[in-house]
Design a protein around this ligand. Structure first.
Ligand SMILES: Cc1ncc(COP(=O)(O)O)c(C=O)c1O
Length: 407
């Protein structure tokens, strides 16, 4: 059993008052808070080991390189990749998906192909494909969602469309839906598709095994899993990465350069042009250690309990509508909702006055909001450091907001 009260002490930011009230941080889906060990590792790295990697023979350069490559190994183990060579460091999920689009996509997609997405995608797994489809002329098709937030006939759609690429989100950042990655990857592979999974909202609270999920590519961000901003990961199956051209050109990624041509390093270094976020990767390593120390099983159980509790207490509020699966087993720790008669921005503002941080807006999923005939929703999201008392405060504050705003 995870002890959230004890865990909270590891997160310095949580022990403050906001607007005169103890901070209740329910916006971890946007970015998670960082434990002291991550903040400390950033400071330690810059105080002791800072140097550019891969290029120097001096001691600090060797230390920084060993640290950076060590975190690559740690990351590979964390998601059960078969080799650290399958881990590319990026700036975040967005860059990881763009890397696949502009490297794999340009090399493999033609005007005869179809890329199949879902309408619950974050813009970062939609806009890159729109841009590329304008350039290459391939078709974009979408798996729709049901009223209760599940993918609608995904297997049939995959079999019918026979896409060259199936790209979809593991856990929706709005509906919370946990998509059946393993099942859909299997169907997609049978029709010859490559599978890209956006894991931004999954890796922080569930064990991910990229091999058993059947992901060919899996993208995620460090900042949503207790790590620093500016670091992300693209997992790519080794044979795929080896076959792909570089995404960006520059230093670090080359083997030999003459004035008219260059040869490139093997992956993953082929995809890491320029000086990477070395300090951020060091901090990410500390975040992975912290999560492993707490234990993913405990984190999963805790966030599942909080989600079930919140689904239950919010759904009792008159006029409050939750979007996404009602079955907590299918619902990651992200709950989007509206309250009749209150704009989500007004609700978020009133809650902020109570020290409660939730998000309001379209959460970078405009097509999904349009599908539900919405412009915006309020969204509460939970992490290992949240408690049932905080969920109670959320529900009480929503009731109070209804009174204050006359809804
Ligand atoms: C499901 C999903 N995909 C992609 C992203 C983009 O992540 P980043 O901004 O870290 O690149 C987010 C961020 O909110 C997300 O929730």
């Amino acid at each position: 059993m995870l002890n959230a009260d004890k865990i909270r002490k590891d997160f310095p930011i949580l022990s403050q008052n906001v607007n005169g009230k103890p901070l209740v941080y329910l916006d971890s889906a946007a970015t998670s808070q960082k434990p002291a060990v991550v903040i400390g590792e950033l400071s330690r790295y810059y105080s002791k080991d800072n140097a550019n990697i891969h290029r120097g023979v001096h001691t600090l350069a060797e230390r920084a390189t060993a640290l950076f490559e060590g975190v690559r190994e740690k990351t590979a183990k964390f998601i059960s990749a078969s080799s650290p060579k399958e881990i590319v460091f990026t700036q975040g999920t967005t860059e990881a998906i763009n890397l696949v689009a502009y490297s794999w996509g340009k090399a493999n997609l033609t005007s005869k192909d179809t890329v199949l997405l879902t309408i619950m995608e974050h813009h970062s797994n939609l806009v890159p494909w729109q841009l590329l489809s304008k350039e290459l002329g391939f078709k974009l098709e979408f798996i729709m969602v049901t009223e209760d937030g599940y993918l609608e006939n995904p297997e049939e759609t995959i079999r019918k469309v026979k896409p060259k690429l199936l790209a979809f989100v593991h856990v929706s950042n709005v509906l919370g839906t946990i998509n059946p990655v393993k099942k859909l990857s299997k169907v997609a592979h049978k029709v010859g598709a490559t599978v890209l999974i956006d894991g931004a909202q999954a890796v922080s609270h569930t064990s991910v095994n990229v091999q058993s999920l059947g992901a060919d590519f899996y993208a995620f961000s460090a900042h949503k899993m207790l790590g620093p901003t500016g670091v992300g990961v693209l997992y790519g199956r080794r044979d795929l990465l080896e076959s792909m051209p570089p995404f960006m050109g520059g230093g670090e990624m080359i083997r030999e350069v003459s004035l008219d041509k260059s040869t490139y390093k093997d992956s993953p270094h082929k995809f890491e042009a320029g000086t990477p976020n070395i300090g951020g990767v060091a901090g990410f390593g500390a975040a992975l250690d912290y999560i492993s120390g707490v234990g993913m099983d405990g984190i999963k159980t805790h966030t599942e309990e909080l989600t079930a509790y919140a689904l239950d207490s919010l759904s009792k509020i008159d006029g409050l509508r939750i979007y996404g699966p009602r079955n907590p087993e299918d619902h990651g720790p992200v709950i989007a909702f509206t309250v009749e008669g209150i704009h989500p921005h007004d609700l978020a503002t009133v809650l902020d006055g109570e020290g409660i941080a939730i998000r309001s807006g379209n959460h970078c999923t405009m097509p999904l909001h349009k599908h539900f005939d919405l412009v915006a929703t309020a969204r509460a999201s939970f992490a290992l450091y949240n408690t049932k008392e905080e969920v109670d405060k959320l529900a009480e504050a929503v009731l109070e907001a209804k009174k204050v705003l006359g809804a």
